[in-house]
Design a protein around this ligand. Structure first.
Ligand SMILES: *[C@@H]1O[C@H](CO)[C@@H](O)[C@H](O)[C@H]1NC(C)=O
Ligand SMILES: *[C@@H]1O[C@H](CO)[C@@H](O)[C@H](O)[C@H]1NC(C)=O
Ligand SMILES: *[C@@H]1O[C@H](CO)[C@@H](O)[C@H](O)[C@H]1NC(C)=O
Ligand SMILES: *[C@@H]1O[C@H](CO)[C@@H](O)[C@H](O)[C@H]1NC(C)=O
Ligand SMILES: *[C@@H]1O[C@H](CO)[C@@H](O)[C@H](O)[C@H]1NC(C)=O
Ligand SMILES: *[C@@H]1O[C@H](CO)[C@@H](O)[C@H](O)[C@H]1NC(C)=O
Ligand SMILES: *[C@@H]1O[C@H](CO)[C@@H](O)[C@H](O)[C@H]1NC(C)=O
Ligand SMILES: *[C@@H]1O[C@H](CO)[C@@H](O)[C@H](O)[C@H]1NC(C)=O
Length: 512
């Protein structure tokens, strides 16, 4: 054969082999192969097993040095933060930027309290062994309703502006003044609120062109002339990205706000292939198992009582122990707390909840009466006092919240959200929410069973420690009781001697 031809044939053969081993598609664009089921399954399984490996907890019932409150949005966690944790921890012990304030800042390594909407991937930045995690879960149907209503409520505050441009400008101005502390900076609201706000303005503009009396129907959750209907909201890609199964993803550390770059692929895979959700659920359940406390929004009274007694009591004794071991330092800390920049900026923007210009910044925090942030921790507070102050705090919080909500929703009248108007929502929409949140439905059931166990454990402990403690307290703390008990023992002894002597006398009498 002609050597040139031989050479050419060899080249063709070689090309063919290369072609076969490395198909053009994979050389040009790696993504189609990357997201096929096999690859996804391997990715998710690998993530799940390495996550589960990390979940070994020796003593989950004991509060560690750092308390991490994993706050799932719209579960009522805010009342725990303001009415329990803020009362217990001086702000000097709060991790900086912990709540609503962008991302965790590790510049304060010895902080004790971290409350955030960020997901469990935050643990990668924390000392795992020295951290106790707590969370609260809510019925997914109610959580989705609440997320929708809150998106509308916050967005509707912008409607005081004549147009979207001026609304955005005002938001920017307020934002630069408050150094970025606003709902618009907090995940997930930083996506949900602007989306809803822009939509509200678009609908209002369309209404202007068509004239008044154009609204038809009486279902507040489906008034497309005024506000994005619920069924549209839940089917939007944004809601699919951050609302549905949000609790499971947050506990698993797989939200689109995660710290770990590698988990985004896991999330995309799970969203694409629903069967892979089982692995995520397994990780989330295991995490709940290892938490110090799991509350249930619906069982509010029991959850709060248990939080006060299980978490609050341990925080109190922990802080008391550490403050007595470094007496002066504690004083220094509490002095600093009043001038702590975070709490200062908090307060200055929450002065007047009635001022609508102040409200439109969309600050969630402005629901908090400013006096509550100022109140510093009483070192000696007892659990009983804590619970009492919680009652007062929560009722004032609720009043302000409902006032602001009613005020804000006026802007979208006649649409209005309430228990009654919810009854208008068709079964089909409810069913769809439930099926879009199937992982959360399972996780919620699991959380309920943990809660029931926790509750039983707590009641048993309460029974025994109550008795022990009361005896212990009285016997060792009260000198008067010492005298009294000594006297009683003496009397008993005397009585015994008297009886014995008497009996002896009687027997001796009988003998005679
Ligand atoms: C928006 O409102 C502001 C303030 O009233 C006005 O100055 C501006 O011209 C408006 N912009 C548009 C695009 O209508
Ligand atoms: C809303 O309209 C439906 C029928 O269109 C009616 O049955 C229902 O009573 C109305 N509800 C309210 C609150 O007006
Ligand atoms: C998170 O979701 C929002 C809303 O869909 C989206 O705009 C944003 O880009 C997402 N972020 C990431 C990291 O995927
Ligand atoms: C309190 O802080 C000041 C400076 O901030 C320091 O000089 C002083 O030693 C501290 N006192 C105690 C008891 O730590
Ligand atoms: C806000 O308005 C409510 C209801 O009118 C009122 O009770 C409250 O005192 C007002 N608060 C302030 C700070 O003006
Ligand atoms: C509301 O707040 C804004 C900005 O903080 C201020 O300029 C305005 O005077 C306040 N209005 C009322 C009625 O207090
Ligand atoms: C806290 O308790 C200690 C001892 O029980 C007591 O001496 C101290 O005055 C108390 N402090 C406050 C602020 O109640
Ligand atoms: C909306 O409903 C709430 C509670 O049912 C009620 O207090 C409020 O007045 C209603 N708002 C409007 C504008 O109808």
């Amino acid at each position: 054969m002609d050597p040139a031809l031989k050479y050419a044939m060899l080249l063709i053969l070689l090309g063919w082999v290369i072609w076969d081993v490395f198909p053009v598609s994979s050389l040009v664009n790696a993504s189609p192969a990357k997201h096929d089921f096999g690859h996804c399954e391997r990715t998710v399984k690998k993530w799940a097993s390495s996550s589960l490996d990390l979940e070994v907890k020796e003593d989950k019932h004991t509060l560690q040095d750092l308390l991490f409150f994993l706050h799932v949005p719209r579960t009522g966690g805010r009342t725990y933060f303001h009415c329990f944790l803020k009362r217990l921890y001086p702000s000097s012990l709060e991790c900086p930027r912990s709540y609503d304030k962008l991302r965790f800042d590790p510049s304060k390594p010895n902080c004790r309290l971290l409350v955030t909407h960020d997901d469990y991937s935050m643990m990668s930045k924390l000392p795992r062994e020295k951290t106790s995690v707590v969370t609260i879960l809510r019925n997914p149907l109610d959580r989705v309703f609440s997320a929708y209503e809150f998106s509308v409520e916050v967005a509707a505050r912008f409607l005081v502006h004549p147009n979207l441009t001026s609304a955005k400008q005002m938001a920017l101005r307020i934002r630069s003044k408050t150094k970025g502390v606003s709902t618009l900076d907090i995940w997930p609201w930083k996506y949900l609120v602007p989306w809803m706000r822009d939509d509200l303005f678009a609908r209002r503009d369309a209404r202007k062109d068509k004239g008044p009396n154009y609204v038809k129907g009486n279902d507040s959750y489906n008034m497309e002339e005024i506000v994005m209907p619920l069924h549209e909201y839940i089917n939007d890609p944004i809601a699919r990205d951050i609302i549905h199964n949000g609790a499971t993803f947050q506990v698993a550390g797989l939200t689109n706000n995660s710290y770990l770059a590698e988990v985004h692929e896991v999330r995309h895979c799970v969203q694409k292939y629903q069967t892979l959700g089982a692995f995520v659920l397994e990780v989330a359940k295991k995490r709940l198992d290892n938490m110090l406390y799991v509350g249930i929004t619906e069982d509010h009274k029991e959850s709060a009582t248990m939080f006060g007694n299980m978490v609050g009591a341990q925080v109190i004794s922990q802080l008391m122990a550490s403050s007595s071991s470094m007496e002066g330092a504690a004083n220094n800390l509490s002095e600093q707390s009043t001038s702590f920049p975070d709490s200062k900026s908090d307060n200055s923007h929450h002065q007047d909840p009635n001022n609508s210009t102040g409200q439109e910044a969309g600050e969630i925090d402005s629901t908090i009466p400013s006096t509550e942030n100022v109140e510093t921790t009483k070192e000696n507070i007892t659990v009983g006092e804590l619970m009492k102050s919680y009652e007062v705090c929560i009722s004032s919080l609720r009043k302000t919240q409902s006032y602001r909500r009613t005020n804000s929703l006026k802007a979208i009248s006649p649409a209005n959200f309430s228990k009654e108007t919810r009854l208008q929502v068709p079964q089909m929409v409810l069913q769809q929410i439930i099926s879009l949140n199937s992982l959360d439905v399972e996780l919620y059931k699991y959380a309920q069973s943990i809660f029931a166990k926790q509750h039983k454990h707590f009641m048993r402990k309460l029974d025994t420690t109550d008795m022990q403690e009361s005896i212990f307290d009285i016997a060792y703390d009260n000198p008067l009781w010492k005298v009294v008990s000594l006297a009683i023992s003496l009397v008993c002894l005397l009585l015994l001697i008297f009886l014995i002597v008497n009996a002896k006398r009687r027997t001796s009498k009988l003998k005679i």
